[in-house]
Design a protein around this ligand. Structure first.
Ligand code: AMP
Length: 126
């Protein structure tokens, strides 16, 4: 078993201790439905290895980072949104409202999104 944390929510999902609606897994990553979806399709792609956030990625984790990105189009394909489009978001740190300290890519899609994601951001930042 790769490095895991006993009390980490997402490590517990990896170990099958907490149920999740898993749509894809391989030796490196797991993808499951977000319990509070913000879009018609909202999946979380996580590494099997416990890494708290992007800030904690080490050079030795380069392959894991790649596996998360490679899983994105696979999961999007499973969900039927590979061609219509999707967004991948890694909340990192408190300003981003990261709430689970285990790297997770939010893969969201299934409807037209806005950009920028912050209402009024364009007005504020020119
Ligand atoms: P973040 O706020 O970026 O850390 O995202 C954490 C995400 O995990 C949120 O979108 C939650 O809805 C989701 N989440 C929390 N607990 C679970 C769970 N047991 N199964 C699936 N998703 C979860």
């Amino acid at each position: 078993m790769l490095q895991q944390e006993a009390d980490c929510l997402f490590c517990r999902i990896v170990r099958g201790e907490i149920p999740a609606r898993i749509v894809y897994r391989n030796d490196h990553v797991l993808a499951f439905r977000d319990i509070t979806p913000v879009a018609p399709q909202h999946l979380l792609i996580i590494p099997v290895k416990h890494i708290a956030s992007l800030n904690d990625l080490c050079p030795e984790d380069e392959a894991i980072a790649g596996h998360i990105l490679l899983a994105a189009s696979v999961v999007a394909d499973i969900e039927g949104i590979r061609e219509s489009g999707y967004r991948l978001v890694f909340n990192t740190g408190k300003d981003s409202l990261q709430s689970v300290l285990h790297i997770h890519a939010h893969l969201i899609g299934g409807e037209r999104m806005g950009w920028p994601p912050f209402p009024g951001a364009a007005a504020l930042h020119g």
